[in-house]
Design a protein around this ligand. Structure first.
Ligand SMILES: [Zn+2]
Length: 410
């Protein structure tokens, strides 16, 4: 939230200006009245900031009529250049290349053998990057920044993934440096579920909700929080790790070292093993979702069980942070209502009525692309922040500024 204080400094003005620009870019276009409403700034301040942004060539302003009233529509001017978003999972790597207006220009994915050493995983990321560049017909020099999502809590100081990651082969590595060397780009790294939350919230046209929870359901269960319009990481990057919320203090041992975590009480690998033994064949999460949609009894009973456990953990989080939206993402969210209904029923039963009354529990909008979108968004935000710190303005970014420009991760 933007604060306006009397005697505001130029740094406050720059921050407000950046936030106005971000809101306009996120929405793809807003009236000045909408900017004021979303930012909490006064209409007069917004008018001044928009005038300066237009003079700097970062936005265009046009007179328009909305609901019978004259208003001024502010749209972003998109400079040239691209950002890369990468999502590294336990068994997949996905990438997307977007222009600086966050239009996706190419995407690609690779299966990754679970347990593959980090060296080989990194090699796959490098190959996939080359593939999306070729698909888009974009030169490496035009790419300015990359964002990468990894499945585990990421310590923002050391840039390492912590205990409890789904990718133990990657622990102990400074991931930002490794990816930066591999891609030849400045890189921002974050937890995949955090990026899923960011992708759902801030990939154009974005969501207007201020506080939401994103839960990523794959082999593991991750979560990301948007609080007061911003991604919330907590003190050490662990915030939102709903998979390790304690459901039963004497429950089974979890890979994080605790007992009775949601991930062990509603263990997706265990549920898959039950389903496999009922089917008498191997099945993965995609196969499970396919069976749920076909009305398979055991597949539906197991998804219902997952939904109820998940609902217990989600309701605790709802009482704590009072979001207005809970989004379920990751491959299992494709099960739709069969999963959403038991989650809603537990949340209805267990949340404080005032925390539940206006709450919506829905499936994610971007499916398995949420994390890639969030990673690209993270890259764009890092690029914007670096340029405003250096007093440059993004609309004048040269198309070849990606390498050798001095924009490094420092
Ligand atoms: Zn745990």
């Amino acid at each position: 939230m933007i604060e306006e204080r009397p005697g505001s400094t130029s740094s406050l003005r720059r921050r407000n200006s950046a936030q106005v620009l971000q809101a306009v870019r996120q929405a793809g276009g807003l009236t000045q009245a909408e900017i004021a409403r979303r930012s909490g700034l006064s209409p007069a301040t917004v008018t001044n900031l928009v005038r300066d942004l237009a003079a700097a060539g970062q936005v265009e302003v046009a007179a328009t009529v909305l609901n019978g009233r004259r208003s001024r529509l502010v749209t972003p001017v998109v400079p040239s250049g691209y950002v890369l978003g990468v999502d590294v999972g336990r068994s997949h790597i996905r990438a997307g290349l977007a222009d600086l207006g966050l239009d996706l220009v190419a995407q690609g994915d690779r299966r990754m053998e679970p347990g593959l050493p980090a060296e080989q995983g990194l090699e796959l990321v490098g190959q996939l990057y080359q593939e999306v560049l070729e698909r888009a017909g974009v030169d490496r020099g035009e790419v300015l920044w990359a964002g990468v999502g990894v499945p585990g809590p990421l310590d923002q100081a050391s840039q390492q993934i912590g205990a409890g990651t789904m990718l133990p082969e990657w622990t102990g590595q400074d991931l930002r440096s490794r990816f930066a060397r591999l891609l030849g780009l400045p890189v921002a790294v974050d937890n995949d579920a955090n990026l899923g939350a960011l992708g759902e919230h801030a990939w154009p046209p974005g969501l207007s909700v201020r506080s939401m929870i994103y839960v990523r359901l794959a082999t593991g269960i991750g979560g990301g929080l948007i609080l007061d319009g911003r991604l919330y990481r907590g003190a050490d990057g662990v915030a939102g790790e709903i998979g390790h919320a304690t459901i039963d203090e004497n429950g089974p041992l979890c890979r994080c070292g605790n007992r009775g975590c949601l991930e062990t009480m509603a263990s997706i690998p265990s549920l898959l093993r039950v389903l496999a033994s009922a089917l008498d064949r191997e099945v993965d999460v995609h196969g499970w979702v396919g069976l749920v949609r076909q009305g398979h009894t055991t597949a539906n009973r197991l998804i219902d069980e997952l939904g109820h456990h998940l609902g217990v953990a989600v309701s605790n989080l709802c009482n704590l942070v009072n979001p207005s939206l809970v989004l379920l993402g990751g491959p299992i969210a494709a099960a739709g209502e069969a999963l959403l209904e038991p989650v809603r029923s537990e949340v209805r039963r267990r949340s404080m009525p005032s925390a539940y009354d206006r709450l919506r529990v829905e499936a994610s909008r971007h499916g398995e692309m949420s994390e890639v979108y969030g990673a690209a968004r993270l890259a764009l935000d890092a690029l914007t922040e670096r340029m405003s710190a250096q007093g440059e303005d993004l609309s004048q970014a040269p198309a070849t500024a990606g390498r050798g420009s001095g924009w490094t991760n420092s």
